[in-house]
Ligand binder design. Structure first.
Ligand code: EPU
Length: 337
């Protein structure tokens, strides 16, 4: 078993932050995973499972074991008149799988193009963008139970998916490693272009909504608004969009008529945190190498030499100022380590 020591994680997190882990190990099969977890029962190190590294902020060196999931494979399991069931290794790159789905003429995840990270990370926070959430295509999630050292499975319902949330962030926290995700994609295309930005982009492209045109539109929009982590370190939205009661929203609207909010199922309102942060004056702000993206205030960026602590401190300041100005609590979407 090849365990690396004092391993620098700079190239494995999308913030491009340099931080070392005491031990590092890559696994690409259940057997290797079993071995390392069993071995860790002897060395007893704190453990973190790394996927694509696109949703973490490393604020210090890690005194423990980081294991990187590299279980691969995209395999069609069954096909019916309207659906195709596909089993995907948790270590596959998410965008590659979206590309695969569009190439194979299957719909359901095309609006989730270009979201950085691995397939195994997508159920954890139920990724979503441009009117689609991954929960609507997930059939089952296979996971490795750290206690029993066996692979188990949850149905979609059992995952308890909500906005940027699932059982994996709550009851199952630190008890599981996702190994495979089973998706059910549709032969009939959703053509979900309701999200304003998509419609605008399709008009610009002079294209009708279709599987391929929406995929292209999403890629264009993301490329315009969201920085490419390879060029500018970031982890997408740093905060979640907060949810407040309609009563409070109406009151805020009197002082801020342009406040951006969308009603959700139970009548509460999801507020665009990017708007709050921008109105609190942070858009484009920099402090050393840490900054708030010029085009999307919800995205914090590393201009080069920022440490995780620099980014974290900036996030605290933003959080406090939004609280003070709007009396709204914003919480990170990113996992802080
Ligand atoms: N807005 C501003 N200023 C900003 C940013 C946004 O006023 O600096 C306003 C926009 O004008 C717009 C509204 O906020 O009216 C929403 O902005 P946007 O469409 O960019 O979406 P978002 O709510 O900021 C969410 C997701 C993104 C996802 C987009 C598109 C969360 C936390 N973020 O952002 O997900 O790509 O919707 O669907 O829900 C991610 O999770 O990493 C991520 C990028």
């Amino acid at each position: 078993m090849e365990i690396q020591k004092n391993f620098d994680l700079k190239n494995l997190n999308s913030f491009n932050i340099s931080a070392k882990t005491k031990y590092f190990y890559r696994f690409s099969s259940i057997k290797e995973l079993q071995n390392i977890i069993e071995y860790n029962k002897i060395i007893k190190e704190k453990t973190i499972i790394l996927g694509g590294g696109s949703n973490i902020l490393l604020t210090k060196d890690f005194d423990g074991l980081i294991i990187k999931n590299e279980i691969k494979g995209i395999n069609i399991k069954s096909e019916s008149l309207r659906h195709v069931t596909i089993e995907v290794g948790a270590g596959e790159n998410w965008h590659n799988f979206v590309k695969w789905s569009v190439t194979n003429n299957l719909s359901g995840i095309e609006n989730l193009a270009l979201i950085p990270g691995s397939v195994g990370a997508t159920p954890i926070q139920n990724i979503g963008a441009y009117g689609m959430e991954v929960k609507n295509t997930i059939k089952k999630v296979y996971y490795f139970d750290i206690e029993t050292l066996t692979e188990k499975v949850l149905t979609n319902k059992e995952c308890d998916f909500k906005y940027r949330d699932s059982i994996f962030k709550n009851k199952f926290k630190n008890k599981f490693i996702i190994t495979k995700v089973v998706f059910c994609l549709n032969k009939e295309h959703a053509n979900n272009s309701n999200y304003g930005a998509i419609n605008e982009e399709l008009n610009k492209l002079k294209m009708e909504p279709s599987l391929k045109s929406i995929f292209k539109a999403v890629i264009n929009i993301r490329n315009q608004k969201l920085p490419d982590p390879k060029k500018l370190g970031n982890s997408g939205s740093f905060f979640k969009n907060p949810i407040i009661e309609n009563k409070k929203f109406q009151k805020l609207k009197q002082s801020y008529p342009n406040i951006v909010g969308y009603p959700i199922k139970n009548g509460d309102i999801k507020i665009a945190a990017g708007w709050l942060i921008e109105k609190a004056g942070w858009k484009g702000y920099t402090e050393g190498s840490a900054g708030v993206h010029k085009k999307q205030a919800l995205v914090l960026v590393n201009y080069g030499e920022a440490t995780g602590k620099d980014i974290l401190n900036l996030s605290f300041k933003i959080k406090d100022s939004v609280k003070e100005k709007f009396d709204i609590e914003i919480t990170p979407e990113v996992n802080i380590i």
